[in-house]
Write a protein that binds this ligand. Structure first.
Ligand SMILES: [Fe+2]
Length: 339
């Protein structure tokens, strides 16, 4: 292998890192390999002599998501250590999933990057899931949970999927429109968790939940307990599961607990108002009501899109966040112009 640059000597201050039991790679600030340890040679099959002076990217498999390198670059440029998962290739061509921590270390005027690998097969957590597979599994699990909690309601599946689709549209357009600095991951969590907004309904007696006529005050109070019951369900199963793999607990709790709060403070269960209601709950509130209005239920006909949108407009600043209503209505206006 032809060397890209003049080979640098490893500063003595960094020698002790090579004594670690895990595979270690040390590069200069341009990611040119300065040294590796025996464990690295053993795991990857590359001898140190053959790769010192190479750019560390030569091990890339093209299977590591771009976002991994973006977050790595960002952290290192800020002088902070970064941890993540690389999918590299060993000398044999075999794919190598490894968890790595890269720490910037200053020696005199120079910065070096010390990378400590752990093979994922050796991690106690068990099987490694790629980011895409993890997101897919997460989505499926949440779907199964949401449907099982509301299985008594025929047609609930369609309502839940529509709520999820509309939440995706609304949060995406709202973030773009107001240049909100919300990480992509958080947006994904909001979209996936929206399907769980009514899981607490599984704790409401059928006779009340599907009562065709008007509800008594007592029955209404029982129905209004569903956000609290939903949070209780989430608390129970998050104790049993390695839950951060499945959802962001704060987001899912906020959606379940606050999707019936109103902008003017007249909602339930906590009478929160304005921006005290978390954004994710304000978003789901609009799409949940819109979809309920436009769906046919045993006790009511479906409203037309125009009537439902007029109702949403009329509730702007009362039931709903006025800015979110604007994004929502603009979406339908654009759609109407296009069609
Ligand atoms: Fe609800």
């Amino acid at each position: 292998m032809e060397k890209l640059t003049k080979i640098e000597e490893l500063p003595f201050q960094l020698e002790s890192y090579l004594m670690l039991g895990d595979a270690v790679i040390i590069t200069d600030y341009k990611h040119i390999i300065v040294n590796v340890n025996k464990e690295f040679e053993k795991v990857t099959g590359y001898s140190g002599d053959s790769i010192i002076g190479e750019h560390a990217r030569f091990m890339k498999s093209k299977m590591t998501p771009k976002s991994t390198y973006t977050s790595l670059k960002k952290m290192l440029s800020e002088g902070k250590p970064w941890s993540g998962v690389f999918v590299n290739r060993k000398k044999s061509g075999e794919i190598w999933h490894s968890s790595i921590t890269i720490s910037p270390i200053q020696v005199g005027m120079d910065v070096y990057f010390v990378g400590v690998f752990r093979e994922l097969e050796q991690l106690k957590q068990g099987i490694y899931l790629s980011e895409n597979k993890r997101i897919e599994t997460q989505r499926e699990l949440l779907k199964v949970l949401a449907i099982s909690c509301e299985i008594r309601d025929p047609g609930i599946e369609e309502h839940l999927f529509r709520v999820q689709e509309l939440t995706e549209m609304l949060i995406t357009e709202h973030v773009q429109r107001h240049h909100l600095k919300i990480p992509k991951n958080t947006v994904h969590h909001i979209i996936h968790s929206s399907i769980l907004h009514d899981i607490g309904k599984s704790g409401i007696p059928e006779g009340i939940l599907y009562k065709p006529g008007p509800l008594t005050t007592y029955e209404r109070k029982i129905i209004e307990m569903h956000p609290l019951m939903g949070v209780d369900i989430v608390n129970k199963f998050s104790k049993e599961l390695h839950s951060e793999l499945i959802f962001n607990q704060d987001i899912v709790r906020n959606i379940i607990l606050y999707h019936h709060e109103k902008w003017d403070g007249t909602g339930y269960p906590n009478q929160l108002s304005g921006e005290d209601i978390p954004l994710e709950a304000r978003i789901v509130a609009v799409v949940d009501v819109y979809d309920a209005l436009t769906s046919r239920r045993p006790y009511k006909d479906s409203w037309t899109t125009e009537d439902a949108l007029s109702f949403i407009y009329e509730q702007k600043g009362k039931h709903f966040d006025p800015f979110i209503v604007e994004t929502f209505l603009d979406h339908f206006e654009r759609k109407a112009i296009i069609s």
